[in-house]
Design a protein around this ligand. Sequence first.
Ligand SMILES: [Fe+2]
Length: 587
Amino acid sequence: MARGWAVLFFLAAEVGAFADDSLVSIGDAKYLAGPGAGGKIAYLRYPTLGCPSIVQAGSTGTVWIKLNGATASTFLLDITPNSKTGPAYALSVLGSTYDASTGITKVAYEVGSNVPEDTYDLHLSVPALAVSDLQYNCFKVVKEESADFRFIVIADTHFNTPTGFWLPGNHNPGGYDAYSIIEQMKKEIRALRPTFVLLIGDLMFGLNYDTEYETVWGIWKDAGFPIFMIPGNHDGYASIKDRWLLGLHSPKRDGLDYWRNYFGPCAYSFEFGGVHFQGVNTMDGTPERRDGFLIVIENYGGDLGPEQMDWISADLAGVNGPVVPFLHHNPMGEYRANKTFSMSGWVLSRILEFLTTGNLNEFVQEWNTQATGEFLLAKYAGRPLVFVGHKHIDDLKIHNGTTYKYVTTAGAGAFPGKKDYWGYAYVTVQNSQVVEHLYTSDPKFQSVPTGNLHVRSVDGEGAEQSAKITSGLSKSYGITVEFVMPSAPAYVAANGFVVQFAPIDAERTRVWVRTASPVAPSIHEPQSLTVTLKTAEAAVGGSVETPVAPPSGGGGCGAIGLEALLILGLLYFFSSSFRKRGSVRRL
Ligand SMILES: [Fe+2]
C-alpha cells in the first residue's frame, strides 16, 4: 500500500521489504508485551478481529505472532472466507524475523493474485511447535487498492445497555429490538460491501465483562466485513479492588485487558487508498482513573495517558497525506477533571448536584483532563474530519476548521426527546478525500437508518437465480449480491454488473453482482429491484443487459442523565437479566 517512506523503511527493516498490508503502527505496548491470558487472542497478535488487515491480491503483508519465548522457522498460513461459502487459500510465506525485545515474530507472506476480493478468517500453523491458531474475520483481500473507496462508521452498538430497550425504533418501519437491529445492520453492511468498517467504541454495557466480551466477540466474528475497533468508556471500566454493595459484587477487573484479549490493540493506525486512519483509545489512563463499581464510575469521559500521546505524535509525524482519526470521545469537551472514585462520594455528589441545580450536568462528561483534550485538538487541527461517538446522536462540531462528526448509536438510545435513532455513517472517498458522509442535510439525521435495506434470494440454485433488493432509503447505494452458481464459462446479469467470480469446486462458482438500490419516497413506501443472474457460454461485454444508475455514494453513552438515575435501581435487574440474555445474540 502506498504510504510514507518512513513507514516503508520501518517495515522493511523488520521483515525484509515485503510487507505491504494496511497496518502502519500499533500504539499499545501493553498489548504487544502481554502474554495473552484467556480470551480469543493467543499466538496471532496481528491481524485480529478488532485490528484487521487489508491486502491487495497478488501483494504482500505481515502476520505478527507471539510464541511465548519459543522461535520457529516454518510457518503455514491460510485464509478461509468468513462466509464459509468458498475454499481456503494458502498464503505464500516469504520469510520471518524475530524481535527479542517484544517476543514478536513477524512473518511476511504473499497473497495469490487469484484470491477473490472478500473477508477471510486467518489460520496459523507452526508445525515444529505443534501450535495452531485462528483469528476470525481479520483479513480482507481487495482486487485493487484504489484512492476511491467507501467505508462505514458505526458507534455505540452497546450490547445489553438499558437505553437500547426503550428506543422506539424511529426511522425504520419497526419490528426491531436492540438485538435484532444489530443483526439487521450486519446484513445491510454485507450488502453495501464497504472496503472496511470503523467501530468506534461502547460495544457493550460493562456490568459483567466475562460474559459481555464473550458475547460481543460472538456477534462480530462472523461479520463478513473487516472491522477496525477501538474501545469506548463502557468497554474500559476498571475496578481496582473487589467491592460488595447490597449483595452486588464488583470484582477487581480492567476492561481494557479484556479488550486486548478479545479484539486486539486499543490503539493503532492503518492506511488505505492514500488515507491514514488513526484509531485512538480515549478511555485511556490508569485503572485508578477508570475505577468504579460495575458501571458506576466517576470518570467516563475521554483522556490520554503519556504513552499513547507519544505514539499519537510519532504516528502523525511521518504522514504527509490526509488523516482520518477515529475515537470514542470528542476532545472538544465539555471538560470535567478526573476525581477519585468512592461509591458514597459518587451517590452523594449526584444527589447534591440534582438538589442544587435541578439537573445532572456535572455528571455528563465528554472529556476529563483538559490538557490531553487540547493536545489532541492541536494534533488534529487542519485535518478535515474526525469521527467520534459517545453521545448517541448525530451531530457536527467544528474546532479550528476540523469537523468532529458524531455518529449516532447503532443499538442503544439517548435521552428521551433527543433525535436518536439506529444507524451508521456511510462515507465515500474519492482521490483520497472524504467527499460524502451525510445521509440527509439535517445535521441530526446524517446516518443511514438501519432497518430499511433488505436483500433476499428469490429463487433457485440453478443456472438462473434472482435476488430482490428492497430499500426504504431516500438515496441510492451500491449493493453487492453474492450468488452460488453452477460452474460455467461466463455469467450474465440483468439489472446489475458481474464484478468477479471464483470457483468453489468443479461444480460450483461464487459470483458477485453489483447493482444500485432503488430510491424510496419514504421508509413506509420501500421500492424493490430484482437482479437476475444466468450462466452463459461466453462472456459478453460488461455482462449487462439492463443498465443501472450509478450509486450516489453515499446523550452520552457514559450512562448520561436518565440512565445514571436508573443505574442503581436497575443494577439488580440487569445483572440477573444479563445472565439470561447472554447467549441471545449467538448465531
Ligand atoms: Fe460512551
